[in-house]
Design a binder for this molecule. Structure first.
Ligand SMILES: [Zn+2]
Ligand SMILES: [Zn+2]
Length: 93
């Protein structure tokens, strides 16, 4: 992953990954520096996490991904079961 466009310059001030402003802190997920405007604050128990826009988007799509795969898996099992039942009925009859 080469998403970092700007490496921290030698003056020590890190830039936000998404805009030219100074970064407020690192993303809790990917550790890229983000400013206050380019991150989403997520309440995670006692701590508040700053998640960058990229990770926030990925998290949203990754929630749908596994569930869609799980649904396909269930459908596949049902098809296989139906095929097995049909086969047994054909063999028995
Ligand atoms: Zn920013
Ligand atoms: Zn991130």
């Amino acid at each position: 992953m080469s998403g970092q466009l700007q490496v921290a310059s030698d003056d020590g001030a890190e830039r936000c990954t998404f805009c030219p402003r100074d970064a407020a802190g690192p993303c809790a997920s990917c550790r890229r520096p983000v400013c206050g405007d380019c991150c989403t604050l997520t309440e995670g128990g006692v701590k508040t996490w700053a998640i960058c826009l990229d990770c926030d988007r990925k998290k949203g799509s990754s929630l749908a991904g596994p569930w869609a795969g799980f649904g396909m898996f269930l459908v596949l099992i049902l098809v296989v079961l139906a095929g097995a039942v049909a086969l047994l009925a054909w063999l028995g009859g």
